[in-house]
Design a protein around this ligand. Structure first.
Ligand code: PNS
Length: 165
């Protein structure tokens, strides 16, 4: 049987414990997960995509069934290029639903053979988002309970530095 491969796309700026929870759940369903960091030239973010990838690789070093890559262009093109047919997305509260629903249906329209699989994060992570983590850290708050230690260190190192990518 062909191994079942799923693509978990996102910005991951930075990866949070909520993302890691989704990856763990995905690994109980599929054989391999490719974490795909979207490279968006119009949206620089706090960490450049390669740095986000390096942090993800460090955090996921003990998990041989996970691969981390960056991609640019359309997600469905990347999914097809990687010969996968499943996109994983995490769902938190109701607020995520409309955006996720729209993206999933648009991706299905663009690539009918590709399906999106939604996984609900543990309720401990329902309110955790990369953007809130960035803001709390920039304002001197402790984000240790929301992100893995390498990410916390990276955020602390960047504290006080303006987001220029
Ligand atoms: O973590 P995010 O920022 O919610 O992830 C959004 C992401 C990267 C999955 C989405 O913006 C995306 O798929 N970008 C790639 C470009 C693309 O395919 N756009 C059309 C989506 S219907």
């Amino acid at each position: 049987m062909m191994p079942r491969v799923a693509i978990y796309p996102g910005s991951f700026d930075p990866v949070t414990n909520g993302h890691l929870d989704v990856i763990t759940r995905a690994l109980s369903i599929v054989d391999r997960v490719i974490v795909a960091i979207a490279f968006n030239v119009n949206k620089q973010g706090l960490f450049p995509p390669e740095r986000r990838a390096a942090l993800l690789r460090e955090v996921l070093a003990g998990e041989p069934r996970v691969e981390v890559e960056t991609f640019s262009g359309l997600l469905v093109d990347y999914v097809t290029h990687r010969q996968a047919s499943t996109i994983i997305r995490g769902l938190r509260a109701v607020a995520d639903f409309e955006y996720e629903f729209q993206m999933a249906l648009m991706n299905r329209r663009l690539a009918p053979a590709v399906d999106t699989l939604f996984l609900m994060t543990d309720e401990r992570f329902f309110y955790v988002s990369s953007s809130l983590v960035r803001e709390i850290s920039a304002l001197g708050g402790d984000v240790g309970q929301f992100v893995p230690p390498p990410v916390q260190r990276a955020l602390e190192a960047r504290r006080g530095v303006s987001p220029s990518g």
